[in-house]
Design a protein around this ligand. Structure first.
Ligand SMILES: CC(C)(COP(=O)(O)OP(=O)(O)OC[C@H]1O[C@@H](n2cnc3c(N)ncnc32)[C@H](O)[C@@H]1OP(=O)(O)O)[C@@H](O)C(=O)NCCC(=O)NCCS
Length: 143
């Protein structure tokens, strides 16, 4: 059956199903709903009624964009080019909305760095760019 791509918002249940399928932590539906509603752009892939992949962009809509949560259901990974197609749709969105000065950012899960590099991302740090950073939630609570 064909894979269909859409930029319609997905449900929290669909989002959490995908997160669970790729082994990521699963937030409450309320948290997921808020996250999805505040996303700038979401591209999802369906086979029939089943969601098989998704990726989203968060940011300010002009200067800062972060590509997040690129997920393809394990049964569909490395077979149909779904991850690449979702990223292409995201790039199309960014070409329309990003200013030339925009920062277009992403975070690779462990072992996925080469996938993003093949798609044109620059892996930090470089000679001119420092490392990316992340604040663990547990550390945040100490402030
Ligand atoms: C990473 C992921 C999104 C890729 O999507 P996919 O649909 O499986 O990949 P595609 O079929 O589009 O593969 C496209 C290309 O990327 C390559 N690729 C996929 N995963 C790769 C990896 N981990 N390292 C290097 N190359 C990779 C494929 O070999 C293929 O190369 P080709 O075009 O030269 O044949 C998907 O495997 C996934 O959801 N993984 C689990 C969740 C995850 O880690 N997401 C990334 C979050 S940062």
């Amino acid at each position: 059956m064909a894979i269909i791509y859409t930029d319609e918002i997905i449900t929290a249940t669909e989002y959490n199903e995908l997160r669970n399928s790729v082994g990521w932590s699963v937030p409450t539906n309320r948290c997921a709903e808020q996250a999805l509603a505040h996303s700038l752009y979401i591209c999802s892939a369906y086979q029939g009624q089943q969601i098989v992949g998704s990726g989203r962009v968060v940011g300010d809509g002009s200067l800062i964009f972060c590509i997040m949560d690129l997920m393809v259901h394990p049964d569909f990974q490395h077979r149909y080019g779904i991850g690449v197609r979702i990223l292409h749709n995201i790039f199309h969105y960014l070409k329309v909305h990003a200013c030339p000065e925009a920062d277009i950012l992403g975070m690779a899960a462990l072992g996925r760095e080469r996938f993003y590099e093949k798609m044109g991302f620059v892996i930090r740090p470089t000679d001119s760019l420092g490392a990316g950073m992340v604040m663990p939630y547990a550390k945040l609570l100490k402030y």
